[in-house]
Ligand binder design. Structure first.
Ligand SMILES: [Zn+2]
Length: 265
């Protein structure tokens, strides 16, 4: 797995519609690879934050990043991992397409009875997503609102470089708990690409922590700790979050490799 990490910016840049935020991420990752020590790494992280969040309020000399993961990060990646949906009205046949990509990568009521591996596959395949739209024609809504049917759905990029999966409701954390995390697939094949379970974010006492994939295993990352984290198995990393009673936030899969070229006939 380790030899796949240096290629990661290539995977992002391979995306034809790399937006400003994605370009900044690549810049940051390239920057990190030249960091001489952890203090240098921290300053590069601060530079990335200053470049991308300069319009936010300041607390003292630092920018205030208190917000949801969706507002801070995921929303900026919808041009890659957002979903476009085509609807048709069953009453008048009118067709509509979502004008902007929507975030639909959720574990939801449909996936709650599935094995976590099947639930992940269902999200990758955009099965059973929550999507509703009312026909804009007045005559269709005379008696009852005319719900349009979903006729097609796709990620903006057929194979996004990142697929962040969230739980649809807070209460879902009670159904989809830390026990299920053990059963998540560490790799997923989608459109011929291999995705790895690259990280899971958690919230505990207004502070984010994460489990991150690193060469040789996983780490329990806590930005407030100075000691370098120990590389452990995925199961042990999950257990350490469970011991804290941390809440699951986002399960992140990253694309790792380009599809194998088809042999020439
Ligand atoms: Zn209609």
């Amino acid at each position: 797995m380790s030899n796949e990490f240096p290629k990661f910016t290539e995977v992002i840049r391979n995306n034809n519609r790399c937006n400003n935020y994605e370009s900044e991420l690549c810049h940051f990752l390239d920057d990190c690879s030249t960091a001489s020590n952890s203090a240098d790494l921290t300053s590069k992280k601060e530079e990335f934050i200053c470049r991308n969040y300069s319009t936010r309020n300041k607390i003292g000399r630092k920018l205030d990043l208190y917000d949801t993961e969706y507002d801070i990060v995921i929303e900026k990646l919808l041009t890659t991992c957002g979903t476009l949906i085509d609807y048709v009205c069953p009453r008048c046949g009118k067709k509509e397409t979502t004008s902007t990509p929507q975030y639909k990568a959720f574990f939801n009521d449909f996936t709650k009875n599935l094995h976590p591996a099947d639930a992940v596959q269902a999200v990758f395949n955009l099965q059973q997503l929550f999507a509703s739209k009312t026909c804009p024609k007045k005559e269709c809504n005379a008696d009852t609102a005319a719900a349009m049917d979903v006729v097609d759905k796709s990620f903006v990029e057929a194979s996004p470089w990142i697929i962040p999966i969230k739980l649809h409701f807070i209460s879902f954390g009670l159904i989809f708990g830390l026990n299920q995390l053990h059963m998540l697939p560490l790799t997923v094949i989608h459109n011929g690409y291999t995705y790895i379970l690259a990280g899971i974010t958690f919230l505990k006492d207004h502070h984010f922590r994460s489990i991150l994939a690193v060469p040789g295993g996983y780490i329990h990352y806590d930005g407030l700790q100075d000691d370098p984290p120990v590389v452990v198995s995925f199961t042990d990393a999950v257990d350490s979050m469970a011991a804290l009673g941390a809440l699951i936030q986002t399960i992140i899969y990253l694309k790792t490799t380009k599809p194998k070229k088809k042999p020439k006939l």
